[in-house]
Design a protein around this ligand. Structure first.
Ligand SMILES: Nc1nc2c(ncn2[C@@H]2O[C@H](COP(=O)(O)OP(=O)(O)O)[C@@H](O)[C@H]2O)c(=O)[nH]1
Ligand SMILES: Nc1ncnc2c1ncn2[C@@H]1O[C@H](COP(=O)(O)OP(=O)(O)O)[C@@H](O)[C@H]1O
Length: 227
């Protein structure tokens, strides 16, 4: 694969659009990319019953957004600790920011001097929302790793077990049809101003497709040719 120039990528996309799926495929092509998923970070906090996890659960279990003060500090601290250093050339964020106030706070905290934003590329994954409810109700996850499965599209080798560790897969509390509908409505209300924020900075691209098999090659092309 062609060498990458420094990549600081934000993946945007509706719940169930395939952000986690294309991230895992991207990391297979470019193992050097560090990735952070806000949802996975929160689920690990919840599983560990930390103070942040217990607070976040009040929101995630209802499909409501966690307060900016909680999620922004969690992400900024993780970026400062693990990502923003000379050893990490390529990284991506999935799930944060998901509203303009978060984008502004993140850039205020971490935008490199002379750069437009903490990101140098923002890619929106555009999938017909008609396919999302079925995808999400068939989603199963391995919380410690964030690995994602699907009973129809990508079943585990052993039913109910993670392919790598053999540990149990779970259905997320927020992956019910009722809660997904709420999360989709929230996403649609917030994503347009957020896309404008990055479009105005000249770093937004959109890749469309019905399936991740169509979306992923387009994402790869944008990353290899854009940066
Ligand atoms: N049927 C189908 N399911 C997919 C496709 N891409 C991803 N999925 C599944 O849809 C669900 C949501 O994908 P995920 O990557 O978790 O989306 P995210 O919420 O945007 O991170 C998971 O169960 C995936 O395995 C696809 O092209 N077709
Ligand atoms: N940037 C964020 N701001 C507020 N809450 C968030 C954020 N990212 C994740 N969350 C919380 O975690 C839940 C799961 O997020 P995520 O795994 O990204 O789900 P999805 O991609 O399916 O929307 C969200 O429904 C929300 O409650």
């Amino acid at each position: 694969m062609s060498a990458l120039k420094p990549l600081r990528l934000l993946l945007l996309g509706a719940p169930g659009s395939g952000k986690g799926t294309v991230t895992s495929r991207l990391l297979k092509v470019y193992p050097g990319i560090q990735s952070i998923s806000s949802g996975d970070l929160l689920r690990r906090q919840i599983a560990q019953k930390t103070h942040i996890g217990l607070e976040a659960l009040n929101y995630t279990s209802k499909g409501a957004l966690v307060p900016d003060s909680v999620i922004t500090k969690l992400i900024v601290d993780d970026l400062k600790e693990n990502i923003i250093n000379p050893q990490v050339q390529h990284w991506l964020l999935d799930g944060f920011p998901r509203k303009v106030s978060q984008a502004e706070d993140l850039d205020a905290a971490l935008k490199p001097a002379g750069e437009k934003s903490v990101f140098n590329l923002v890619v929106e994954i555009d999938v017909p929302q008609s396919v999302i409810v079925e995808r999400i109700t068939n989603r199963r996850v391995h919380v410690p790793s964030g690995r994602v499965y699907n009973l129809q599209y990508k079943p585990p080798k052993v039913p109910g077990k993670d392919d790598i560790t053999g540990e149990a897969l779970v259905q997320r509390l927020d992956d019910t049809e009722e809660i997904v509908t709420k999360r989709l409505n929230d996403y649609n209300a917030l994503v347009s101003p957020l896309k404008k924020y990055y479009r105005d900075l000249g770093i937004l691209k959109t890749v469309s497709g019905e399936t991740s098999d169509i979306v992923f090659p387009k994402l790869l092309d944008v990353i290899q040719n854009k940066i």
